[in-house]
Unconditional design. Sequence first.
Length: 328
Amino acid sequence: MAVPPALMRGLRLPVIGSPLFIISQPDLVIAQCTSGIIGSFPALNARPADMLGEWLTRIDEALAAHDEAHPDAPAAPYAVNLIVHRSNDRLEHDLALCVKHKIPLVITSLGAREEVNEAVHSYGGLVFHDVIDQAFARKAIEKGADGLILVATGAGGHAGRQSPFALVQETRRWFDGPIALSGAIASGEAILAAQLLGADFAYIGSAFIATEEAVASEAYKQALVEGAAGDIVLSNLFTGVHGNYLRASILAAGLDPEALPQSDASAMNFGSGGNSQAKAWRDIWGAGQGIGAIDAVRSAGDLIAQFERQYRSALARKDAFAARAVAG
């Protein structure tokens, strides 16, 4: 399973910080990349649309300055997430800016579009598409995606329903390209577990919401520190697509987490709340089932350093177990 060399530059850990709606903005992306993981943000976070070019320039300049100051420890690359669903009237504008800035990695969501992939490939960029099952995965690769983000059960925000074991196993039967795995990954041990399953990258979101650079309320961050898997509610009410949300935010919106009505894809509206008056992401907070590993609000750099310590420790335990097994 070869990872494209362009994505290996500056990596301390095999991690992609997932693009968090509203929350991922330049400060977080820069902190992630300069700390040794691939940072990302959704293009739609830059509002108005003209701000996207300013953000890309700012990130490019900050990473270049870091590389000049730290030639032996360059920054990792970054990614931009594009919603390619037909409802996104900014797609053409945002894609043009990604091409202009030669974004190393473009993450596409909610539809596989050949023309988007071709535009990114025109300058040597890579496209990873996020999927929840084999049908979507095969379609993405057929349409020209270079890699897959497998969104398993337990992921924050829009989530899949399949076990990561099943999802990676079945994908690896036919696809030997790069895979990132998403779903309840919030520790160095879980990063290593994703690799052992067959993924090349862990795709981590919720843990980065509880960082100083994240554009989220202190109440949201504290709810993640205090929360656990049992505080996550799966519902399609808020955007028309099933997603995982924090119970506390649903209660604060005056709704009963145990009796939420069903919605459907006709309510698809990323940010305005679907059939609910409460707005997804602003009022209803996305989070994954791995939040029990979040124990404090800290800087993104400190969180990544913690991940690295946990990862190295887990790797040492694995190697020690393997050595004992070989010794008999």
